[in-house]
Design a binder for this molecule. Structure first.
Ligand SMILES: Cc1cc2nc3c(=O)[nH]c(=O)nc-3n(C[C@H](O)[C@H](O)[C@H](O)COP(=O)(O)O)c2cc1C
Length: 177
């Protein structure tokens, strides 16, 4: 079975997960990078049986280049993985998963998703701090800062180990059926 790990990563978090997934697989994986759009070569997935498609969460979904890729894949097994700034609540990940999964044509077999938190850029915290200065009692902004700090160490070793485990399980399930 041919396996490909294909991802888009803006600031480097999702790359780490992509590498962990590729390392954990007992096959030679092709690691490709998607950023602004993708080349024909990137998109050539015809020969792959199992695709791990990874993305950074962009406004509650995947970036457009990943959406474009997913919409064009047929008759393959597809698993998703992603990093997101928010993520203390599993329901949040589930919501994004459903949204992105809906982009995948029905001819594919969906193999599940792995999510973890990914650090955000410091400018985001600075923006929160400015808002907090104006509204020191604002609970929502306090929570946003707390979330920023929680995210700041992710993906960590545990996330990467979980990603590897997920990839192995998906690979095994893809072999079984
Ligand atoms: C423009 C932009 C939009 C984002 N939108 C979301 C979002 O809707 N939800 C979320 O949880 N994180 C959001 N994030 C945070 C990133 O998804 C998160 O930091 C991710 O780990 C970045 O991955 P990367 O380093 O692979 O690019 C956003 C970040 C940026 C820059």
């Amino acid at each position: 079975m041919k396996v490909k790990v294909i991802y888009c990563s803006h600031t480097g978090n999702t790359v780490q997960v992509a590498k962990a997934i590729a390392e954990g697989l007992p096959v030679t994986s092709v690691l490709q990078k998607l950023q602004a759009g993708f080349s024909d070569e990137d998109a050539r997935i015809d020969e792959d049986d199992l695709i791990f498609a990874g993305f950074w969460v962009d406004k509650g979904s995947c970036p457009e280049e990943m959406a474009e890729l997913l919409r064009g894949v047929h008759h393959r097994k597809i698993a998703l993985f992603a990093t997101a700034g928010f993520g203390q609540d599993p329901a949040y990940f589930a919501q994004i998963e459903q949204r992105v999964r809906a982009l995948i044509p029905d001819s594919n077999r969906y193999m599940g998703a792995f999510f973890c938190q990914g650090k955000m850029q410091i400018s985001v915290r600075h923006r929160y701090e400015e808002i907090q200065k104006q509204n020191p009692e604002d609970l929502k902004i306090k929570q946003s800062i707390e979330n920023f700090d929680l995210a700041s160490t992710h993906p960590d070793d545990q996330d990467l180990n979980h990603a590897k485990k997920f990839a192995k399980e998906v690979y095994q399930a893809a072999l079984d059926k």
